[in-house]
Design a protein around this ligand. Structure first.
Ligand code: AMP
Length: 422
C-alpha cells in the first residue's frame, strides 16, 4: 500500500505557505497594474485540447497524464496553461466582445518528467496571454511586464533575451533550411533528434543531448530567413523596448521548445547564486495558429509563463526578503477551566477587531504556553490569572519591551488596538 506523496510532487507545509501566498499576491498586484484580469480554467481538459495534430513537443507526446474517466472520455491533466486558456477563449467567444483579451492564470501543471531539484511532476506556473491582436507594441508590453515582474521581486541581473522566428513563411523557409542542414548529420544526432529533422527541426536547437554537437552549434539561425515584413516587425518590437529603456540581448539561437511559436520569442534570466545555466526563470512568445487550431477565428496571441517553484528557489538562493509570516498580535495564557471561558469570549472579541489572536488548548503549564506564544512571535501576552480576574483585570505584557500592565478585562481590546496602532 502506498500512502506517501506521489513521486515528483511535494507538500506545502503550514510553515511555508506564507511564501506561496506572498508570491501569488505579488503576481496579482503587478498584473493588476497592467490591467490584466485573472482567468481560471480546469486542470483537466479533453485530450484533444493538447494532443492536436501539429508537430508535437515532447511535453505533449511523452509527458502528459492521460486517462479515461468513468464515462470513457479521454482526458488530460494540463501540462501547460496556454491551451486551456485558448480553448476557453474560443468556447466563450471572447473575441466577439474584445479585440484584445489580456488574461493571467496561476495554477498547477502536470508533466511526467524525471523529478530533480526544482523539477516536479506537479508544478505551478503563472502566465499571461494577450489574445486577438498582432502588434509589435503588444509584444513589447508582454516583455516589459515579464521583466518588470522579475525586477520587482527583487532579483538581480535581470536580462531579456529575445529573438524572432518570423511569420509563417519565414519560419517554414527556416525549417526547410534546417532540415537540409541537419540531414548529412542525421546519424550523429540522438534518436529523438533524428525524428525531429523531419517533424520539427527547430527543436534540435533546444536538445539537451545534442547541444554541444558542432552541427547544432553552427546551425543557421532564424534571423537569416526573416522576410522583409518579419524583419520590420521585429525591429518595431525592439524600438518599443528601446523607448522604455529596457535592455535586452538578441539571442539568434533562441527558438524555445514549443512548436507553435512565430515572430517574437523571449526569455527572462537573472543572476542567481548556484543556479548556473538554470537561470532562465520563464519565457514565452507569439503564436499565430493556436486559436484557429482550437476551432476559433484566425487570430494571434502572445504569452509567457514563469515556473513558481523556480521563482521561490531563486528568491531563497538570493536571500531576498520578500515575504513575512504574519505574527500574532496577542496570545492568551490561561490555566483553569473556568477562566478558559473568559478566554474564549476575549479571543472572539479581539478577532472581531481583526487582531491576530490565539490561545492554548493542550493544558500546558505557564512555561509551555509562553514558549508557544514566543514561537508564534506574539507581540502581546494576555495572562488570565485567578488573582487578577477577581479584580476584573488581566496582565498584558509586551514581549519586546517586557513591560507588563494590569488592564481591565473590558478594556483589553481597546488597549491592544491603541498599542498596536503605534
Ligand atoms: P515551459 O512551459 O516548459 O516553457 O517552462 C516554463 C517554466 O516553467 C520554466 O522556466 C520552469 O521554471 C517551469 N517548469 C517547467 N517544467 C517544470 C517542472 N517539471 N517542474 C518545475 N518547474 C517547471
Amino acid at each position: 500500500m502506498s500512502i506517501n506523496k506521489v513521486k515528483g510532487t511535494y507538500d506545502v507545509l503550514p510553515s511555508e505557505s506564507y511564501l506561496w501566498q506572498a508570491l501569488e499576491q505579488k503576481i496579482r498586484d503587478i498584473l493588476g497594474v497592467y490591467n490584466i484580469k485573472e482567468m481560471r480554467t480546469p486542470i483537466m481538459e479533453y485530450s484533444d485540447v493538447f494532443h492536436r495534430n501539429s508537430e508535437l513537443s515532447d511535453m505533449v507526446t511523452k509527458e502528459t497524464y492521460d486517462f479515461d474517466d468513468r464515462g470513457d472520455r479521454r482526458l488530460t491533466l494540463r501540462p501547460e496553461g496556454t491551451a486551456g486558456i485558448i480553448r476557453s477563449y474560443v468556447e466563450n467567444k471572447l473575441y466577439a466582445s474584445q479585440e484584445l483579451e489580456k488574461v493571467y492564470y496561476i495554477g498547477p501543471n502536470f508533466r511526467y518528467e524525471r523529478p530533480q531539484k526544482g523539477r516536479y511532476r506537479q508544478f505551478y506556473q503563472f502566465g499571461v496571454e494577450a489574445i486577438g491582436t498582432i502588434n509589435p507594441a503588444l509584444d513589447a508590453e508582454m516583455i516589459i511586464l515579464a521583466y518588470d515582474f522579475i525586477k520587482r521581486l527583487g532579483l538581480k541581473g535581470v536580462r531579456v533575451r529575445i529573438n524572432s522566428l518570423g511569420d509563417e513563411t519565414s519560419r517554414a523557409n527556416y525549417q526547410e533550411a534546417l532540415k537540409n542542414y541537419f540531414m548529412p548529420h542525421k546519424d550523429e544526432l540522438c534518436d529523438d533528434c533524428q525524428i525531429r529533422i523531419d517533424k520539427n527541426p527547430l527543436r534540435i536547437l533546444d536538445c539537451k543531448i545534442d547541444q554541444n554537437h558542432h552541427a547544432v552549434k553552427n546551425a543557421p539561425t532564424p534571423q537569416d530567413y526573416l522576410s522583409v515584413e518579419s524583419r520590420a516587425y521585429f525591429k518595431e518590437v525592439l524600438e518599443h523596448l528601446n523607448a522604455a529603456k529596457i535592455s535586452y540581448e538578441i539571442a539568434p539561437k533562441l527558438v524555445r521548445g514549443l512548436d507553435y511559436y512565430s515572430h517574437t520569442v523571449f526569455e527572462i534570466e537573472a543572476d542567481i547564486e548556484g543556479f548556473g545555466a538554470q537561470n532562465v526563470l520563464g519565457g514565452g512568445g507569439r503564436y499565430q495558429k493556436l486559436v484557429s487550431e482550437l476551432g476559433g477565428p484566425d487570430l494571434g496571441g502572445i504569452g509567457f509563463a514563469f515556473g513558481m517553484e523556480r521563482l521561490l528557489l531563486a528568491l531563497e538562493a538570493e536571500n531576498v526578503d520578500f515575504a513575512k509570516e504574519k505574527d500574532l498580535d496577542a496570545y492568551v495564557i490561561v490555566f483553569t477551566d473556568e477562566l478558559k471561558k473568559v478566554a474564549t469570549s476575549m479571543l472572539y472579541e479581539l478577532r472581531l477587531a481583526n487582531l491576530v489572536a490565539d490561545t492554548n488548548y493542550t493544558g500546558k503549564a505557564f512555561k509551555g504556553q509562553l514558549k508557544q506564544a514566543l514561537r508564534n512571535h506574539a507581540k502581546y501576552l494576555i495572562i488570565l490569572g485567578e488573582d487578577e480576574y477577581q479584580k476584573g483585570m488581566v496582565a498584558v505584557k509586551n514581549t519586546e519591551t517586557e513591560q507588563q500592565e494590569e488592564v481591565l478585562i473590558s478594556k483589553v481590546k481597546k488597549y491592544l488596538v491603541e498599542k498596536l496602532e503605534k
